[in-house]
Structure formats: structure tokens, C-alpha cells
Design a protein around this ligand. Structure first.
Ligand SMILES: C[S@@+](CC[C@H](N)C(=O)[O-])C[C@H]1O[C@@H](n2cnc3c(N)ncnc32)[C@H](O)[C@@H]1O
Length: 232
């Protein structure tokens, strides 16, 4: 069953699309680029692979995948049209036959079973309206033996790092984010979802329940984020 995008969340991402990249790189001090490159390396894309970039946003994962493998075919899915428009404008060096944009949500992907070689989701799963359903859709569209990577903030940090991280989220990120994006609540939402998401143990149980084997579970930058490398 295909679902229509959750209007509130996608509206919010539409509102902040203009400043999203700038804030992403400032607020993460550029570390997100390193995390993305590592995720793409671990995904091990092969020549001609069809790769789904779910919750693609402004397309940074896809651009990184193309840089690593110029023969990749990319399908970007996201409910926020303004984010996808930005992705499109950043992808002028990718041949159009290798780059497709689809407006939609993870919960009800408009693709056939076992049609993709790989999927990737960077900082997207915590926005899913229905996490189990969204993840099971990713498993469904993956070919047997296909691979997936998920990058996400999880609360598996040491107490000290967690305290510093929460302080940073609840003061700097919210203030700077709302100020630059000129939005009163977008970065409150982001800070809330980032600090309150599930621990990796719970995510591992969901992956196993939908037929995805977790080959690697890597803590990034003192456990601030996690990279899950999955296989069907
Ligand atoms: C924090 S951004 C991450 C964007 C990009 N992957 C990146 O790494 O910069 C989260 C994205 O998830 C998208 N999103 C929200 N709800 C979604 C859903 N139910 N299914 C798929 N994507 C969703 C948002 O529109 C937004 O672009």
C-alpha cells in the first residue's frame, strides 16, 4: 500500500530546505561528510548497481555514492519536494539516466519486490511515521543478498558524551538552527527526535524481525551516531 507523505514533517523539511545543507555542515562541524563517506565505503556499491537513497533530502548520500562509483544508478525518495529540488540542482554532473527523484515515504515504497541492489538511509529512519513498516519496505525492495546502510543518531553514548551532546542539541543546535532557518520550531523537532531515538539494541531486533542481517554495527565519533551495515 502506498502512503501519502506525513504533511507536518514534510512541510517542515520544505520550510528549512533552503538552509538545510549550510546548517548541517556548520552544526556537525563537517563530521557528517566523514560519516557519509564511510557508509558508502561499507555499502560496497558495484558497477551498474541500482541504489535506493531513502529519505534522500538534499541528496548528499547520492552525491557521495556517485563520487565513489560513477556507474551507479540512483533513485532518491523523499516526501519533501523542496529538499528534492535542491538535490536535483546539486546533481548536474550525474547523467539523468542514472538519477531519478521520487516524492514519497518509506512506508509504501512504489517499487517492485527485490528490485534494488542496495539501499541507504542517512538520518532518515527517526522521521518515519511507522518505523517497522518503513524498514520492512526497505527489506522488501532489496534483492536477496542485497546490502543496505543506515546512519542514525542513537542514544548509545557514554554518560559524559551524552550530557555534552544533549546540552549541544538543546542550546546551540536549537538556537542557531531556528535563527538561520528562520523557523520557530524545526530545530526543536530535530533536537527532540535526535535525542530521543531508539538505542541500537532495539533497532537490531527490528532488523532481524524483517529479515535483514546486521553485518556491522559501528559507533561513530564516540557513539554520537551509528552506522548499520545490513544484508538481506
Ligand atoms: C534529517 S533529513 C536527512 C536527509 C539526508 N538523508 C541527509 O543525510 O542529509 C531527513 C529526511 O527524511 C525525510 N522524511 C521524513 N519523513 C519520511 C518518511 N516517512 N519516509 C521517508 N523519508 C522521510 C525528510 O523529508 C527529510 O528530507
Amino acid at each position: 500500500m502506498q502512503r501519502t507523505p506525513d504533511v507536518n514533517v514534510s512541510r517542515m523539511f520544505n520550510r528549512i530546505a533552503r538552509t538545510y545543507d549550510l546548517l548541517n555542515h556548520i552544526l556537525s562541524a563537517g563530521i557528517d561528510r566523514r560519516w557519509r563517506r564511510k557508509a558508502i565505503r561499507m555499502l560496497g556499491i558495484e558497477k551498474g548497481n541500482l541504489v535506493l537513497d531513502c529519505s534522500a533530502g538534499t541528496g548528499d548520500m547520492s552525491l557521495c555514492a556517485f563520487e565513489a562509483n560513477p556507474h551507479v544508478k540512483l533513485v532518491l525518495v523523499d516526501p519533501a519536494e523542496a529538499m528534492l529540488i535542491n538535490a536535483d540542482s546539486k546533481a548536474s554532473n550525474i547523467p539523468p539516466r542514472q538519477f531519478h527523484l521520487v516524492r514519497g515515504v518509506a512506508e509504501g515504497l512504489p517499487f517492485a519486490d527485490a528490485s534494488f541492489d542496495c539501499f541507504m538511509v542517512a538520518f532518515g529512519i527517526r522521521n518515519f511515521d511507522d518505523l517497522d513498516y518503513g524498514l520492512s519496505e526497505l527489506a522488501r525492495i532489496l534483492k536477496p543478498g542485497g546490502r543496505g546502510v543506515i546512519l542514525e543518531f542513537t542514544p548509545d553514548r557514554s554518560r559524559l558524551i551524552d550530557r555534552i551532546f544533549r546540552w549541544y542539541m538543546n542550546t546551540i543546535l536549537i538556537k542557531v538552527g531556528n535563527l538561520i532557518s528562520r523557523d520557530d520550531e524545526a530545530y526543536n523537532y530535530l533536537a527532540r527526535t535526535i535525542t530521543n531515538f531508539l538505542p541500537s539494541d532495539s533497532l537490531l531486533k527490528v532488523f532481524a524481525s524483517i529479515g535483514l542481517t546486521c553485518r556491522k554495527n559501528i559507533a561513530l565519533s564516540f557513539g554520537i551516531a551509528h552506522l548499520f551495515v545490513l544484508e538481506k
